[in-house]
Design a protein around this ligand. Structure first.
Ligand SMILES: [Zn+2]
Length: 206
């Protein structure tokens, strides 16, 4: 799909660049570490950032906030996570990423003003996990809620397995079968293929 470009960080998290209209405005889905490459691409192609939509507050999806100066939206249930990467990043990362507290603005994704965007609340991986659907493009971005072949962990801070099962049954089922699902890690696939082939969905979907 020409309207969507994927950048994968060293932490394996995906940043998607989406261009919903026939103009220069682009939006980012998630802000992993090292978004310099994405910003460089935007600048060299004369594109303009409309804003960033963050699927959840884990550092590998939100730590790019510190090098991002446009409007960023997140479910404020994950604000603490997004502002405090040092609580999640272990020593194993060394100095690969700056883990300073993020003090900048965060906008509540539930207050976004874009009629092309549909936000789904799907707690389980984290309390504030959301998915972003661009209905006209037939795509949905799920962060660490649903992957192609698995689902997000629920044993991390604010994760909850019962909420995850509820979200699979009450939110994932709202995604249209022919839509393309773009996860926070790994490859995309259609919703129907994931419904049929993902072993965790097959186990948890009632
Ligand atoms: Zn995560």
């Amino acid at each position: 799909m020409n309207d969507i470009k994927k950048f994968t960080s060293f932490a394996t998290s995906n940043c998607y660049l989406i261009r919903p209209f026939d103009n220069e405005i682009v939006f980012l889905i998630d802000l992993p570490p090292n978004i310099d490459e994405v910003i460089h691409y935007i600048n060299t192609n004369n594109l303009t950032i409309g804003g960033a939509f963050i699927t959840h507050g884990h550092w590998d999806h939100a730590i790019g906030l510190s090098s991002f100066d446009s409007k960023a939206y997140i479910n404020l249930d994950d604000e603490h996570l997004a502002r405090n990467p040092s609580e999640q990043v272990g020593d194993f990362l060394g100095d690969k990423v700056s883990v300073n507290k993020y003090e900048g603005n965060l906008h509540n994704v539930l207050d976004h003003e874009y009629d092309f965007l549909n936000v789904y609340i799907n707690p389980g991986h984290t309390k504030g996990s959301v998915s972003f659907e661009f209905r006209d493009l037939g795509v949905v971005f799920t962060g660490d809620f649903i992957f192609k072949d698995s689902i997000g962990r629920t044993d991390l801070y604010s994760g909850d397995n019962n909420e995850m099962i509820d979200s699979i049954n009450n939110v994932f089922t709202l995604f249209q079968d022919d839509f393309q699902l773009f996860p926070g890690h790994g490859d995309d696939d259609t919703v129907i293929n994931i419904k049929n082939n993902n072993p965790f969905i097959r186990e948890y979907l009632k």
